[in-house]
Write a protein that binds this ligand. Structure first.
Ligand code: UD1
Ligand code: CA
Length: 453
């Protein structure tokens, strides 16, 4: 069966009070429209059409999806008018599934229920029973409980306003009927708009079955018209994600104080303390412990490692049984081999740290290749940048770098060498040598203090 998905994204979203088109506002770090596109793709449709209008160019540019047919609706004359814009592109579709770009929490299962129930020859509606349905279209049924029409709030009689079953807006139309119905809509209603919902009465008039599916929960079909509602969706998304992680074997000290903004893959028996933010693609293997207030983005943390409080990890690989932090910053291109340690107030960038090596305190190590069993003392700095170019520091296996050393790259510290504390190292150090790069201490016994005696 040929399924075409139509995503409505042309509205302005005035109540966001934003220069950004509404559908680009993010839930879990990703534009709402991108979430809806993900759900659409998961249905493996023949084609996805997105109807854009307000901010059309920025929406298209930011989403940069080349599997999407972008259709511009110049004037927003109503949901029916919006869907009608794609008709020139839906030839041969057996079913049109209409989604809203500002409804990002919809689950695949609910969509599949709707599309399979409706098939190619029934009209399918996704409805929900709301305790407070104000603002929504109401599902009008006859005495035999058959759906007769959808009536918009502004067109509804006092009787109809008492109906709690509401239209989510998500609808599956038979492809063979879509053209005839959408081209005969009228705007003769309270809002002077072409209502998509009027196709229900048309189906009924043709004795075409109208079937109804419901989502598992109301949040799935909730849209965001303002930033308050956006925040509600964000929390709902985060709660879902926290539940998924716990179901996979992760202990969350407080499920409401974890934020996931990306794709997280987890092992078992991981413990995550409060206020942790995981972004981008993050893989966390078994038995990792993440302490409070840690931010991790695009990183791989191998089994048994501990990330201590207030650390920031981005674009890094952490091997097994490593210790990072507290207050460590691992930047792009950091690779910690098994059992290595990066301690407090240490920044690393583009650096490989060999197995069992340690940078425990107050250092900057950038563009460095550090071997195994190396100890880098407190306050060590790789001087990797001359203002124009970056240079590499090589520190071979078993080197001991004394505290407060400056390693002026390009430079190599040979295997087993020792750098005396406070050195400025500007030339290569051969293996097993002790290098001093500091002024010799002098003493003045004849010195007289100017302090009054
Ligand atoms: C619509 C439904 C209503 C339903 C409600 C659920 C109609 C007539 N009414 O009402 O039954 O309960 O959604 O939220 O369908 N859009 C366009 N182009 C347009 C008009 C709208 O792309 O010309 C897009 C909007 O950007 C939005 C979606 O369609 O994503 C819904 O439009 P909106 O104006 O919010 O519809 P409602 O009046 O809320
Ligand atoms: Ca709406």
């Amino acid at each position: 069966m040929n399924l075409d998905v139509v995503i409505l994204a042309a509205g302005q979203g005035t109540r966001m009070r934003s220069n950004l088109p509404k559908v680009l506002h993010a839930v879990a770090g990703k534009p709402m429209l991108a979430h809806v596109l993900d759900s659409a793709r998961a249905l493996s449709p023949r084609q996805i059409h997105v109807v854009i209008g307000h901010g059309a160019e920025s929406v298209r540019a930011i989403l940069a999806a080349d599997d999407v047919n972008w259709v511009v609706q110049e004037q927003q004359l109503g949901t029916g008018h919006a869907v009608a814009q794609v008709l020139p592109h839906t030839e041969g579709a057996d079913q049109l599934l209409v989604l809203y770009a500002d409804v990002p929490l919809l689950r695949l299962a609910s969509l599949q229920r709707l599309t399979s129930l409706a098939g190619a020859d029934k009209l399918g509606l996704l409805t929900v029973d709301m305790s407070d349905p104000s603002g929504y279209g109401r599902i009008v049924r006859d005495a035999a409980d058959r759906v007769q029409a959808i009536v918009e709030q502004k067109d509804a009689s006092p009787q109809q306003l008492l109906i709690h079953e509401s239209n989510t807006g998500i609808m599956a139309l038979p492809g063979a009927k879509a053209r005839a119905w959408l081209t005969s809509l009228s705007s003769d209603n309270a809002q002077g708009e072409y209502y998509l919902t009027d196709v229900v009465a048309m189906a009924v008039a043709e004795s075409l079955p109208v079937v109804v599916a419901q989502p598992d929960d109301e949040l799935e079909v909730m849209g965001a018209n303002n930033r308050q509602q956006l925040a509600v969706l964000e929390r709902a998304w985060q709660q879902r994600e926290a539940e998924r992680l716990m179901a996979a074997g992760v202990t969350l000290i407080d499920p409401s104080r974890l934020d996931v903004r990306g794709e997280i893959t987890v092992g078992r028996d991981i413990e995550i303390d409060v206020n942790v933010v995981l972004q981008g693609r993050v893989v966390i293997e078994d038995n990792v412990r993440i302490e409070a207030n840690v931010v991790i983005r695009d990183a791989h943390i191998a089994a048994g490692s501990v990330i201590k409080a207030f650390s920031h990890i981005e674009g890094a690989q952490v091997g097994q049984a490593c210790e990072v932090g507290p207050y460590a910053r691992l930047r792009q291109g950091t690779c910690l081999h098994d059992g290595s340690k990066v301690g407090n107030f240490v920044e690393t960038k583009n650096t490989t740290l060999g197995a069992g090596s340690k940078i425990n305190h107050l250092s900057y190590v950038g563009d460095a290749e550090v071997g195994r069993g190396v100890n880098i003392g407190a306050g060590t700095i790789t001087c990797n940048y001359d203002g124009v170019n970056k240079f590499v520091t090589r520190i071979e296996d078993g080197v001991f770098v004394g505290s407060n050393s400056a390693l002026v790259a390009p430079v190599t510290l040979g295997e087993g060498s020792t750098i005396a504390a406070g050195s400025t190292i500007t030339a290569d150090v051969p293996a097993d040598n002790l290098a001093f790069g500091r002024a010799r201490q002098t003493l003045r016994a004849d010195w007289k203090s100017s302090k009054p005696s």
